[in-house]
Design a protein. Structure first.
Length: 366
């Protein structure tokens, strides 16, 4: 196994550093600082600060594996520098694709740095806040369960959801529910498996927590609706002491994400933003037009399908009428021929041998 495979997140970060290194080299000769140099590749230095920068983004580093991690990171940086030197010798830093990629990496790094600074500036959650969250979410902690589930996922825009909900609460099995949905041509997807409480959507978990083993019912999620059967479950609670560190991290991330969201709104409100070309009118106008075009296309397709069906029905009706007329004409002609034969038979004289002899005798007398 290559050392880099053990630290995928580390080397994803190294890849970004590679783009920045290309940008730095492309802008001019790299300045050599008096940092602690740990390697040089054809004169290009690699410092201990570069290793530490990658380590700062790494996960799963312990005192025991730290030396190996540093060695692996250094090996990755050496390989990276070799590739950079090759790229520079081929003047790849001047190609439009690489220039665009470097600029995209630069924009991403700067934007991320600004938003991370906003998130990290938020006050850290207190013990009391973490304990309150623990008490408010028993399904996640004190009454946590591992669920064995069977699920039927139904789309958000389904019609007759109240009827589906009522039927879901009365069926005896998921097979019966599937058959019922098929009869009504309701689109759905079947899923299942064993999942702990923390892997379930937060909007679903409290409702599912109230289910007993064997119970079937319908719950609503952000994506749509779920007909769920709790096949079995087992309790596996988490104590407050165990949960508090994780809760603090969660609350901190949540608080930072909310601060970033508000900052984006504030920045957009204060900035002068102009839109041109097909985006003239702004993001909202573009989305509205795209949605209107999609709706119009859907309606046009439905109308075309309806017209094609109507035309097919009309053509089939015309052909049926033509066949009926043709059959009626054939029957009329057959009847006419039959009547003609009957009438012709009535107009002919029937001659017996005696009648023929009598006729001859009469002609002889004459």
């Amino acid at each position: 196994m290559h050392p880099s495979s053990k630290y995928p997140r580390i080397f994803a970060y190294v890849a970004v550093l590679c783009a920045v290194a290309l940008l730095t080299t492309a802008c001019g000769k790299k300045e050599k600082t008096a940092t602690q140099v740990v390697a040089a590749v054809d004169g290009e230095e690699i410092s201990v600060h570069q290793i530490n920068a990658v380590l700062a983004k790494a996960r799963g580093i312990t005192p025991e594996n730290l030396p190996q991690a540093k060695a692996d990171i250094l090996g990755g940086l050496v390989d990276q520098q070799l590739a950079i030197n090759l790229a520079m010798s081929k003047k790849l830093d001047r190609t439009p694709e690489v220039v665009a990629a470097i600029e995209a990496a630069r924009r991403e790094i700067l934007a991320r740095a600004a938003l991370e600074q906003i998130a990290s500036a938020q006050p850290k959650p207190t013990d009391d806040e973490a304990k309150a969250y623990y008490a408010e979410h028993p399904a996640l902690f004190g009454e946590r369960r591992i669920y064995n589930l069977q699920e039927i996922a139904i789309g958000k825009n389904v019609e007759g959801i109240d009827l589906i909900r009522a039927h879901a609460s009365s069926v005896k099995s998921m097979e019966e529910m599937v058959a019922w949905l098929k009869e009504r041509k309701v689109e759905f997807a079947v899923n299942g498996g064993t999942r702990p409480a923390e892997q379930l959507p937060l909007e679903v978990l409290p409702k599912l927590h109230a289910f007993k083993d064997g119970q079937i019912g319908l719950v609503e999620s952000k994506e749509g609706y779920l007909v769920v059967k709790v096949v079995a479950s087992r309790a596996q609670p988490v104590t407050e002491v165990q949960a508090l560190p994780t809760i603090k991290v969660f609350l901190s991330n949540q608080r930072g994400a909310e601060a970033v969201k508000l900052a984006k709104v504030d920045m957009k409100t204060k900035a002068k933003i102009e839109y041109f070309g097909e985006f003239a009118g702004g993001e909202g106008a573009y989305k509205a037009k795209a949605e209107a075009d999609a709706k119009a296309a859907t309606e046009a397709a439905a109308q075309a399908k309806a017209k094609a069906k109507a035309d097919a029905d009309t053509l089939a009706s015309q052909k049926a009428q033509e066949r009926a007329v043709s059959q009626a004409e054939q029957e009329a002609r057959a009847k006419a021929r039959a009547e003609a034969r009957t009438q012709s038979g009535k107009g002919q004289e029937v001659f017996t041998p005696d009648a023929v002899n009598l006729e001859k005798g009469i002609k002889g007398l004459k």
